[in-house]
Design a protein around this ligand. Structure first.
Ligand SMILES: [Zn+2]
Length: 179
């Protein structure tokens, strides 16, 4: 499995740029499952778990100018690096998921695009979207440890769609040509 690199960034502005380039500029992202996932500027706050000083919750429109101006370091902002570094892996999970699931524990999110990656710490990526006014919008990106996978796969599998099992079984049991 080719390893998708972690992204590198030295400031909040740089991280925001990377997010916009990978997600917002390509929105809606068309997934192999057939879904279109809309990614907006303000989703940045959720996907990297951005907070102000003292974990102050942020309202993106009030912060955008400050985020863009934060070209050196991160100022008073706090974010979750383990999510941010994996933006490229999450984008890949949305586009080419191994599975799309509706885990029982999801509350706001509608479904999760899951993808296995070559990483000993967080070998599974989960990208989540919710339904807003009839469209799927990005709501969270979560790197998962292997031990959490049973919980995440506990629910209807929306993709890949399993073909008619009888037809598959018949095909598999067909005698070899000329036999
Ligand atoms: Zn889909």
């Amino acid at each position: 499995m080719p390893k998708t690199p972690l992204i590198e960034y030295a400031s909040l502005a740089e991280l925001y740029d990377a997010y916009c380039e990978l997600f917002v500029a390509k929105s809606p992202i068309v997934s192999a499952c057939g879904c279109q996932i809309h990614c907006r500027e303000h989703h940045f706050v959720h996907v990297v778990k951005l907070f102000g000083e003292g974990r102050r919750p942020l309202h993106f429109p009030d912060e955008k100018a400050k985020i863009v101006a934060q070209t050196e370091g991160f100022g008073d902002y706090i974010h979750e690096a383990r999510r941010a570094q994996r933006l490229l892996r999450f984008e890949k999970a949305l586009r080419e998921p191994d599975a799309v699931v509706r885990p029982a524990h999801l509350k706001t999110a509608d479904r999760a695009w899951m993808r296995h990656v070559d990483c000993s710490q967080y070998p599974f990526m989960a990208a989540l979207a919710q339904k807003e006014q009839g469209v799927l919008t990005l709501c969270s990106l979560q790197p998962l440890r292997a031990r959490n996978m049973s919980k995440w796969m506990d629910g209807p599998i929306l993709y890949p769609v399993v073909e008619d099992e009888t037809a598959e079984a018949t095909k598999a049991h067909q005698p070899p040509e000329g036999g």
